[in-house]
Write a protein that binds this ligand. Structure first.
Ligand SMILES: C=C(O[C@@H]1C=C(C(=O)O)C=C[C@H]1O)C(=O)O
Length: 269
């Protein structure tokens, strides 16, 4: 009979099974941490996390909202990252959008420190005080003194993830994670490209130059400086510093700033 006691007994059995699996997952991560197989690379691997979430969302069905599935896995990722080393993060943001994204992405327990400028947060990563910096997604309306991407020391420090990775519909304010080294591919990625070009060159001509080199890109920000036009593009795919397509470009300066797994924006039923 479907009494409350019966339903609760079934939930208790499911909780035990889930608990066993969570403990088993943590054991596997502990083995990974002890084995040093990741010793040469960063702890946080947003590309791998994106592959896991895409795979699970792809097989998902039933009444559990996909957003809840992602939240549960985010908490597990954050826990397993902290299991692997003393992970901590630096962030900068005006208002509460960035701290909110940090809490949603890394759970409530992740050690994090706020900085009043993006360059201070990046310096904390540069000198090893923090593993990553979370910074606001570049915006055309940003004041120059908060514009962090033109001075990003890529590929030493590079963009490796975009937050939120999952949202149903409009994501609201977004952020980027900057870490040491270029990110792993996730099979569906986008790259940030800084281009400095002769101010005589229109943005259409710059886009055409990129297209002729085989790079499909969208303009995010254009800045007219005294002797140069500076552009930030989001390009399809993973573009790393040695990419052959960059050699074909003859702008004043073209620099990949990193990449991120293409975020999921709503899922079709
Ligand atoms: C376990 C790993 O480290 C981190 C934690 C992950 C996980 O818990 O599945 C996945 C990617 C990394 O951010 C890994 O690199 O596989």
């Amino acid at each position: 009979m479907n009494t409350l006691a019966n339903v609760r007994a079934e939930l208790d059995a499911i909780d035990d099974a889930l608990h066993d699996l969570l403990m088993r997952r943590a054991d596997v991560v502990a083995g990974l941490a002890a084995s040093r197989v990741k010793a040469s690379g960063p702890t946080l691997r947003p590309g791998r996390e994106a592959r896991i979430l895409r795979r699970l969302i792809g097989r998902h069905s039933g009444p559990l909202p996909a957003a809840a599935l992602v939240r549960l896995w985010r908490e597990m990722f954050a826990t397993s990252i902290r299991q692997q080393n003393n992970f901590s993060l630096a962030y900068h943001g005006v208002g509460d959008a960035v701290p909110k994204l940090v809490a949603e992405h890394f759970g409530m327990g992740m050690p994090s420190r706020a900085f009043t400028t993006p360059s201070q947060a990046l310096a904390a990563v540069g000198n090893g005080d923090a593993a990553i910096a979370v910074l606001p997604f570049p915006n055309e309306a940003d004041p120059t003194e908060l514009e962090w991407w033109p001075a990003l020391d890529a590929p030493r420090l590079a963009v490796v993830a975009r937050l939120p990775f999952f949202s149903e519909g409009n994501p609201g304010p977004e952020a980027l994670i900057v870490a040491h080294g270029m990110p792993d591919a996730s099979d569906d990625d986008r790259s940030l490209l800084l281009v400095e070009a002769d101010p005589e060159l229109s943005r259409g001509a710059v886009l055409q130059g990129l297209a002729e080199a085989g790079i499909t890109a969208r303009l995010l920000i254009a800045r007219r400086l005294p002797h140069v036009s500076r552009f930030l593009f989001e390009a399809d795919g993973l573009i790393e510093p040695g990419d052959g397509r960059l050699a074909a470009l003859n702008f004043i300066n073209t620099r990949p700033l990193g990449a991120y797994a293409t975020p999921i924006r709503g899922i079709s039923a």
